[in-house]
Design a binder for this molecule. Sequence first.
Ligand code: HEC
Length: 155
Amino acid sequence: MSTEDNFKRQERKAYRMVIILFSLFFVFIAGSFLHSKIKTYFGGNQSHTNKAAGTTIESGIKNGIHMRTGLIAAQGFMTVVNNCTSCHSSKIIIQNRMNKESWNTTIKWMQETQSLWDLGKNQEIIVNYLTNNYPIEDKGRRENLLDIYWYELEN
Ligand code: HEC
C-alpha cells in the first residue's frame, strides 16, 4: 500500500470521527431541547423562567397556591398533600369547612372505613392547617361580583 493510500485512509477515518462527533452533539442538543419541552408541557408552572412570578422549580407554588393540588401553601400544607391527596382530590377537602372536632371525626371515619393510615403527630399539623386556612366562617360566601352591568329601569 502506498503512502498516499495510507494517508487517504487516515483522512477518511478523521472525517468519520468528525461526523460521529457532530451527530452525538446534535443528538445531545435535540435531547435537551425535547426534555425541556416535555418538562414545560407536563410540569405546568414549574418552569425555570417563572421564578420571578413567584414560582419555584421545586415546589410548584404560585401566588401562595400549590399548583398541583390547589391547596393554600401555608405551614403544614405538604403534610396535607402527602397524607390527604392520594385517595381523593384536594377539592373534597377544600369544600368541607369544619372545626377541629369535626376534622378529627372525619379522619377517624376514614381510618375506620376507608383504610386511612394512622397519622400520628401529623394529625395535629393537618387539622391545624385545615382550620387555619379553611375556616368555617368563609363557608358559602359567594365571590364578589365582577363586571356588573347596571341598567335603568323603565316605567
Ligand atoms: C386511604 C384513602 C384516603 C386518604 C389517605 C384520605 N381520605 Fe379522605 N376520604 C376517603 C374516601 C374513600 C372518602 C369518601 C369519598 C367519597 O365519598 O367520594 C373520603 C372523604 C373525605 C372527606 C369528605 C367527608 C364527607 O363527610 O363527605 C373529607 C373532608 C376528607 N376525606 C378529608 C381527608 C383528609 C383531610 C385527609 C388527610 C388526613 C384524607 N381525607 C385522606 C379516603 C381517604
